[in-house]
Design a protein around this ligand. Structure first.
Ligand code: DAH
Length: 343
């Protein structure tokens, strides 16, 4: 009898040595011996009835001792496996805080969108509302109503893509002025950003580009209001020390018309490559709305006056970010786009 008990003891020791390599396998092994129904030690207890009465006491004692011993062994084994598994987990989940972090690449808005948003911010702060017109216009809104009739030489200033004798791709966001003034009576204060199209293509011109039109119509609007607003605009975009100057120019829809220059933000006005030695950089066209244009829209030009300006968004961005070829703004080269992040 003692031999059987010893054999089981040995089987347990061998099992622990050879089969148990995790808490789960140790538990399985434990079940083989200690499960109350199927375990080998439990089975021995059941044999009690078949043992001769005089041997029962010592058999029972032997089995009980074996059971106690096995319980102890398996408890010890479980503890050992627990520590082992924890060690393995610590090893596999170890974080090396000195490893360089993975770079997370986030996109940013396109430079033209950034510039457009900055301009909208500046003028929205002065109370301008946004009006977005359409890219296809008819001749009347793009030219005639803007005091540029069919035979007017100023039409040659803009090489137009005609879709039909009547319809065209708008050459200027100024077309939006007419829509707004037809729909709304003064006071008017709108900003109209959008794409415009001209058959023009070189380092500083693209057949499609973006403009931002401004229009203010009210009583007693003068060139001083225009200069005041543009001064705020250039300071916000090009820096606090920037100023403007107005030069006489010509646009059919404004009288007087001006070309607006900013003091060179690169050299502070001393003269450099960017400003071609003049200290000034041309940035936009503007003026006092021609009375004829107000009248074309049914606005009393004796009572009301207006100011208007047209900003080229690509040009503003090129100057601000030091871009010398407009194509760089349309090619979406990631190396260029990455450098411009003013958000
Ligand atoms: N529409 C003109 C252009 O595309 C720019 C412009 C000049 C707009 C004077 C204006 C303005 O509103 O008053 O060249």
């Amino acid at each position: 009898m003692n031999e059987r008990l010893d054999a089981i003891r040995q089987e347990i020791l061998d099992g622990i040595k050879e089969k148990a390599n995790s808490r789960a396998t140790a538990f399985e092994l434990r079940k083989q011996f200690l499960d109350s129904k199927t375990g080998k030690i439990g089975q021995l207890m059941k044999e009690m009835k078949t043992i001769a009465p005089e041997d029962r006491a010592s058999f029972g004692k032997g089995v009980n001792e074996l059971k106690e011993w096995a319980l102890e062994k398996f408890t010890e084994l479980d503890e050992k496996m627990k520590t082992l598994e924890l060690d393995l987990r610590y090893k596999s989940e170890k974080i090396d805080v000195t490893m360089p972090a993975k770079e997370i690449c986030t996109g940013n808005l396109h430079p033209i969108t950034q510039m457009r948003n900055q301009l909208i911010d500046v003028f929205a702060g002065m109370g301008f509302e946004i009006y977005e017109g359409t890219e296809i216009e008819n001749d009347y809104y793009n030219f005639t109503a803007l005091n540029t009739p069919a035979d007017h030489p100023a039409r040659d200033m803009q090489d137009t893509f005609y879709l039909s004798p009547e319809f065209l791709l708008r050459t200027q966001t100024s077309a939006g002025q007419i829509h707004v003034m037809e729909a709304k009576k003064p006071p008017i204060k709108i900003l109209s950003p959008g794409k415009v199209f001209r058959s023009d293509d070189d380092a500083t011109h693209s057949p499609m580009f973006t403009q931002m039109e401004g229009l203010v119509v009210d009583e007693k609007i003068t060139l001083c209001d225009l200069k005041g607003m543009l001064d705020v605009f250039v300071k916000k975009i090009y820096g606090e020390d920037t100023t403007t100057r107005l030069r006489p120019s010509y646009f059919p829809f404004t009288e007087p018309s001006v070309e607006v220059d900013v003091s060179c933000f690169e050299c502070g006005g001393k003269g450099c490559k960017l400003c071609k030695g003049t200290g000034w950089i041309e940035i936009l066209g503007a003026g006092i709305v021609n009375k004829k244009v107000l009248e074309n829209c049914g606005i009393d030009s004796d009572r009301y006056s207006g100011l208007a300006f047209g900003i080229g968004i690509e040009r503003t961005a090129m100057l601000k970010y030091g871009i010398n070829n407009i194509k760089l703004l349309f090619e979406s080269d990631i190396r260029v786009l990455k450098q411009i992040d003013d958000n």
